[in-house]
Design a protein around this ligand. Structure first.
Ligand code: MD6
Ligand code: FE
Length: 173
C-alpha cells in the first residue's frame, strides 16, 4: 500500500510532500487502532439505539491509510467544506472520517449546505472523537472558532503541545 500526502493547496493526494519531497510515514498501529475502535464503538451504540438498523450500513467500517494532522492556533479557522478528495470508491461506500481533537476546544459546524447560518454546531473538547460516514460522509463542516486556554491543564503540563488545537483525521483513500 502506497503512503499518500494530501496537498491542501491542490486538494489532491500525491506520492510526496511537495515542499521537501519527503514520503509521508506510515500510520502507527496504536493510532489506526484508535480509529478502528472508535468506529466499532459507534457501530455498537448505533445498534443499541436503533435495534432495527444495519449498523454497518449506517456507519461502514474502514482501514485508515490516511491521517491528516492540522494544528489550529487560537485564531485558526476552517471554512465550511466537504472532504471529497479520497477515492471514488471510498466516497461511494461512505467510508468514515474519524476526527480526534486534542488541546483547546473548538466550535464545529456541520450541515447539509455550505451555509453557516443553517449549520448546527457542537463543541469539540480535548479527547473528543467525531465520526462522519455513511450518508453523512459528504456533510459540510468547518471550525469557526477555537476557545483559547480551554485545554486540560494536565495535558499542557505533560505534553509539549503549543497553545492551540491539534486535530487528527483518519480515513481510507
Ligand atoms: C476539525 N477538520 O479540525 C475538522 N478536513 O475538526 C477537517 O474538517 C479537515 O482537518 C479536511 C482536511 C483536514 C481536516
Ligand atoms: Fe474536513
Amino acid at each position: 500500500m502506497m503512503n499518500r500526502n494530501w496537498n491542501p493547496v491542490t486538494h489532491k493526494y500525491g506520492k510526496m510532500r511537495p515542499f521537501d519531497r519527503t514520503i509521508p510515514p506510515s500510520i502507527r498501529n496504536t493510532f489506526s487502532e484508535l480509529a478502528t475502535r472508535a468506529i466499532q464503538e459507534a457501530q455498537f451504540l448505533t445498534k443499541k439505539k436503533y435495534r432495527e438498523c444495519n449498523e454497518k450500513e449506517v456507519l461502514p467500517s474502514m482501514t485508515p491509510d490516511i491521517c491528516i494532522v492540522n494544528f489550529y492556533t487560537d485564531n485558526g479557522k476552517l471554512g465550511l467544506h466537504q472532504d471529497r478528495d479520497e477515492s471514488k470508491e471510498s466516497l461511494r461506500k461512505g467510508l468514515p472520517v474519524v476526527s480526534f481533537s486534542v488541546g483547546n476546544s473548538a466550535y464545529f459546524l456541520y450541515g447539509a449546505e455550505r451555509n453557516a447560518k443553517k449549520a448546527k454546531s457542537v463543541a469539540l473538547d480535548s479527547g473528543d472523537v467525531l465520526i462522519f460516514g455513511g450518508k453523512s460522509r459528504h456533510v459540510f463542516h468547518g471550525v469557526p472558532a477555537i476557545f483559547p486556554n480551554s485545554a486540560p491543564k494536565q495535558l499542557m503540563k505533560d505534553s509539549c503541545l503549543s497553545p492551540g488545537r491539534l486535530n487528527l483525521t483518519f480515513r481510507q483513500f
